[in-house]
Ligand binder design. Structure first.
Ligand code: HXC
Length: 533
């Protein structure tokens, strides 16, 4: 029997034009497949290590229901070493955008269950697309890193993918905040993208970062070292300063990253968010009067001074365990973000050394890039002497801190609480280095050097000629201290703007930063400066 042409067409349409419900179901099935990444077994193994999956992490990082995925269907195109038999939609990285506290962010989250989260050509392209969007739209980029590094089967194209990312990290630097969360292995070239970003978080026990792993180290230098000791969270927090924040587990790490974002603007052209309400307990005005010990040679914790000046519980310290002789972090003053840089008399008497200079300079430059005003609390006896410091370049490293302050155009207020001696006085955002306001407490000592050393040099002949040289030395030391171990010589010259009581300080800062709110200062036109790296 012959079928009419019309019936033939109808029969064909039944096959080709599946009902819409079927197509929708097909999409849902594909999505479900995408959501299991490398498969249930690998996810179980991943969970057993105490790690959340790439998607679980994004769900916790972002405001509920705000994640929009881009590129979920992207697959690699490689065929070498049977890679064509291992195609996973998404190719080991989940990319997209969402909100944190209602503000737009761009995110990528590497999926270790897919080929070890290794970076292929397409995996890199997905990350680059997100970075390009972030730069064009002026919003932070947050990378959740959990990867075995370059996809070994792909060879040079995966290396080239890394370079594409590094290029974008560099171009985005100082334009949008870039934050890296290291939540698994991070080896080889994979460490350099996080290193180019502004803040690196690490998770204790499950994350590590190194350029070459323990096996290569053993072969080349014959050192035996575990992954944890070589590049674990503690190592990078205390020894190298590569990371800025350490968390006990994935959940804490994601929570901390959300908290950091509350201090930061979306990009270099916007102001940091201002909280509508803030608290400041009046008791702190009393407490600040007694923080400094009566003997100026004794230590105290500068974090107590910071806490007494800023909004309650608003101080978020950065690189807490590295170069503890300088304390840096974000805080709020009447709801507005400020960056705080303070010498720490409780650690090495607060001297400046190589690590403290590097830590301080990088933080100052971040704040300056992103319009965050700076408060500098100064109590510094000088630079740390010694061959170790000199041979490792304290001259160049100390110069970084000078450069960072002198280059900064954001409002800068210095409060000298106690010691401000020698070169370290100049470095710590001194008035002549461009501080907008410079205050000193009555306890301030502003001089070229400590009275003891000064007396020995300038009164040596007189001391040696005296019948009782040690008594003479004490007298001369007291004379020098009377002259210079106070804030008034500097105030008479206008090198400090005012001498203020500790309990007056918060109000002075509030008014000072308000007065400087519209500060506009431009650097001389140039391609870029040449900071002593
Ligand atoms: C392809 C990789 C991979 C990689 C891991 N996998 N790393 N696949 N390329 N780089 C795969 C594994 O084959 C395995 O697949 C799965 O991911 C899980 O890996 P395991 O080894 O089973 O996991 P684990 O025991 O937890 O060890 C994790 C690891 C280890 C320590 C990261 O996988 C490892 O050492 N990987 C290689 C690290 C490395 O040398 N990368 C290259 C760096 S060089 P199956 O199918 O078995 O589940 C580099 C240069 C970039 O990155 C330079 C740019 C400038």
């Amino acid at each position: 029997m012959r079928i009419s042409f019309q019936n033939q067409l109808l029969a064909r349409n039944d096959v080709l034009l599946k009902p819409m419900e079927d197509k929708n179901q097909h999409l849902k099935d594909r999505r479900a497949q995408i959501h299991v990444g490398g498969g249930k077994d690998r996810i179980e193994k991943h969970h057993a290590q105490g790690k959340l999956t790439a998607r679980e992490r994004l769900a916790l990082l972002l405001d509920e229901g705000s994640f929009n995925e881009i590129g979920a269907f992207v697959e690699h195109r490689s065929t070498a070493f049977d890679l064509d038999k291992q195609r996973f939609p998404g190719d080991g990285v989940i990319t997209g955008f969402g909100n944190i506290h209602g503000r737009l962010v761009y995110v990528y989250s590497q999926d270790f269950t897919v080929l070890g989260g290794s970076l292929s050509e397409t995996h890199a392209a997905k990350i680059c697309r997100i970075m390009d969007l972030a730069l064009k739209n002026g919003a932070p980029i947050i990378g959740l890193n959990d990867s075995g590094g370059a996809r070994i089967q792909e060879g040079v194209v995966s290396l080239s993918g890394y370079s594409e990312i590094f290029f974008r990290n560099t171009r985005a630097s100082g334009v949008v905040p870039q934050i890296s969360l290291i939540m698994g292995p991070c080896a080889g070239g994979a460490v350099y993208s996080p290193a180019l970003t502004d803040f690196v978080f690490m998770v204790e026990d499950t994350s590590y970062m190194f350029v070459t792993g323990p096996n290569v180290v053993k072969t080349v230098t014959h050192e035996e070292v575990t992954s944890e000791d070589l590049g674990g969270a503690k190592t990078h927090a205390e020894r190298s300063g590569v990371n800025h924040f350490v968390a006990g587990n994935d959940v804490e790490c994601l929570k901390n990253a959300r908290a950091l974002l509350t201090y930061l603007p979306q990009n270099a052209y916007e102001e940091a968010p201002k909280t509508a309400v803030f608290e400041f307990s009046k008791a702190k005005i009393e407490a600040i009067k007694t923080i400094l010990p009566s003997n100026s040679g004794l230590p105290y914790d500068c974090r107590r001074v910071i806490d007494s000046l800023v909004d309650d519980a608003s101080f978020k310290e950065v690189q807490e365990d590295y170069a503890k002789n300088i304390v840096v972090g974000f805080a709020r003053l009447e709801g507005r973000t400020i960056g705080v840089v303070s010498n720490q008399p409780a650690e090495l008497a607060g001297v400046l050394d190589i690590n403290a200079s590097r830590k301080g300079a990088r933080f100052v430059r971040f704040c300056d890039s992103f319009n965050i005003p700076l408060l500098i609390l100064e109590d510094v006896p000088g630079f740390l002497p010694g061959t170790d410091q000199e041979w490792n370049g304290i001259i160049s490293h100390g110069a970084k801190l000078i450069y960072a302050f002198a280059e900064a155009t954001v409002p800068r207020i210095t409060v000298i609480t106690r010691k401000a001696y020698g070169g370290a006085y100049c470095v710590m955002n001194s008035k002549s280095l461009g501080a907008d306001l410079s205050y000193a407490w009555p306890t301030a000592e502003i001089a070229v050097m400590g009275a003891k050393g000064a007396a020995e040099i300038i009164f040596r002949r007189e001391i040696n000629a005296a019948t009782d040289p040690s008594q003479k030395w004490i007298e001369k030391e007291a004379e020098y201290a009377d002259t210079f171990a106070n804030p008034y010589r500097a105030a008479e010259r206008g090198i400090v703007d005012d001498v203020i009581l500790p309990e007056e300080t918060r109000q002075k800062l509030v008014l000072g930063f308000k007065m400087l709110e519209k500060k506009a200062e431009n650097l001389p036109l140039k391609k870029h400066g040449n900071i002593p790296l």
